[in-house]
Design a protein around this ligand. Sequence first.
Ligand SMILES: [Zn+2]
Length: 194
Amino acid sequence: MSKKKFLSCAEEFVGEIHAAFPLAVKCDEPLMNVFHLVEESRWFYYLNHVAKFRVDVNTAAQTEGITHSYGSAAKIGINTAFHTPGTVVHELLHYHSHYHFRANFSAVLNEGVTEFFTRKVMKLGSGARTNMMGEGDIYAKEYAMIKALLVNGCVVDRLSPAYFLGDLTAINEIKNAPSFCTNEGVENAVIVHA
Ligand SMILES: [Zn+2]
């Protein structure tokens, strides 16, 4: 796929994210400046040295995309040899996430909410999100945690303001939900409700 075609698909995904989540803050940065489309031969180097995501060669090959450099102008790296439309949506959601959200919750919860939103945008329902070979179920465990959290705590309407706006009231309500005290609380919720 050409970069032009990729970017026009990504623009459509941004539109779908904003349609699904009106609180997602629009970003002025042109997507051509946001995305790094990285070839297979450079992906391991890119992850370790550009994204500062320390992974071995095998993990790198299985990594489809990464959002990084949040502190300056955030960038999204895409493994051009190994990704799906869902990868692009997932990373675009990270890109739209607020610093307060990322700072207040664990990586596990961050991935869970990002994946929960990804599957809504992709309209996956209860279906798995697979890799480009149609295998696996990406972030299934983290996704299940969020579903369990919602079952127990009814915080679904708090997720969007917390994630996209960094709304501290919403963040605290999530933290104080009956099923959420620590990550263990979320894990336990899964055991009870999975
Ligand atoms: Zn992610």
